[in-house]
Design a protein around this ligand. Structure first.
Ligand code: UDP
Ligand code: MG
Length: 314
């Protein structure tokens, strides 16, 4: 029988946390009764530097129910790092870890038992894949699809419509701990592990309470890591762009020589000013793209810790 741990990152989740804990506990009791998971399976909440009563609630839940454990991070490090903190801690506590958001938007009731079955059938990784995104606003749905296609174009390994709802075996977690990168994008990093994996369908629903904790800035930051952490193709595009400009300049050179030989006068202001701004803009964008990668390297080489844990309730 498998000893399971769920890991949920929580950032300002006071509105849903208690409800989520109750719902997960009920499911766990069901699964224990069915003999699917071990008696001492765990529900782990990671407090990602919340500013509200989240940690207080986790402490209270833990006091009431020993199945619930808490990890308190010293400050807000974001969704991906908080998940990593939870997984790396919980891998010493369980045979397999399922990460899922604290708002329980995922169809945990059907997916968790399926993930456990798939694990028992010999899979080290089970990805939850959203089959309908009706709960997401239209703009988010469209931008997500566009992003998956962009990733594909850039040659990034990605599983369409998979967010961070997944099961990882202890073996997979051990291997994951060998990837030392700072700019984490787990959805594309975990497929690199390469162990046997499968997917389960996840019809996602609305948030029960509270609002999304993913600001536009956090989402854009994540998307950027989803490209730059896996592909240098954008730099190739910069090179292609440079080559196109070189070709155009050759055309202009031919034109100028022709004008010189045939003594034609060429009015210059409009074309000059346009070229200066066009080429200037292109150069800045290109240098920016290269600079972006240098910035990422800068972050990587410092090897700062992804998170600091200030307290563990176990
Ligand atoms: N979250 C986190 N740190 C952050 C932002 C979010 O740990 O800085 C958690 C949040 O508490 C939730 C999960 O990440 O459990 C996903 O966030 P949310 O549900 O708000 O995102 P959405 O479902 O709207 O994409
Ligand atoms: Mg959510």
């Amino acid at each position: 029988m498998i000893k399971l741990a769920t890991v949920s990152p929580c950032y300002n989740e006071e509105e849903v946390l208690e409800q989520s804990a109750d719902r997960l506990t009920a499911l766990f009791e069901d699964l224990i009764r069915q003999g699917k998971i071990a008696e001492d399976s765990l529900i782990v909440f990671v407090n990602d530097g919340s500013r509200d009563r989240t940690w207080e609630i986790i402490t209270r839940l833990h006091a009431r129910n020993p199945r619930i454990r808490g990890i308190n991070l010293a400050h807000n490090v974001g969704h991906q790092n908080a998940i990593m903190a939870g997984m790396m801690t919980a891998k010493d506590w369980a045979d397999a870890v399922i990460t899922l958001d604290a708002d329980l938007q995922d169809d945990y009731l059907t997916c968790i038992p399926q993930m456990v079955d798939d694990f028992m059938a010999g899979n080290d990784i089970v990805y939850g894949v959203k089959v309908s995104r009706k709960a997401d606003p239209l703009l988010k749905r469209m931008s997500a699809q566009a992003f998956y296609h962009l990733q594909e174009k850039m040659g990034v390994n990605s599983i369409f419509n998979h967010a961070d709802f997944r099961l990882l075996s202890r073996r997979a977690l051990e291997m994951l701990s060998g990837y030392k990168e700072r700019n984490l994008y787990l959805r594309s990093l975990i497929p690199l592990i390469g162990l046997r994996s499968t997917t389960v369908d996840d019809p996602i629903s609305e948030r029960e309470a509270g609002h999304s904790k993913y600001t536009l800035r956090k989402m854009l930051g994540l998307a950027l890591d989803g490209i730059t952490s896996f592909s240098v193709k954008p730099i190739y595009y910069v090179i292609y762009l440079g080559l196109v400009f070189l070709l155009i300049s050759l055309g202009i050179l031919a034109y100028v020589i022709h004008a010189f030989i045939s003594h034609t006068e060429v009015a210059g202001w409009a074309s000059l000013i346009l070229s200066v701004w066009l080429v200037g803009g292109m150069l800045m964008v290109s240098i920016g793209a290269v600079g972006l990668y240098i910035g990422k390297i800068y972050e990587e080489v410092k090897q700062r810790p992804l998170y600091n844990i200030s307290e563990i309730l176990k």
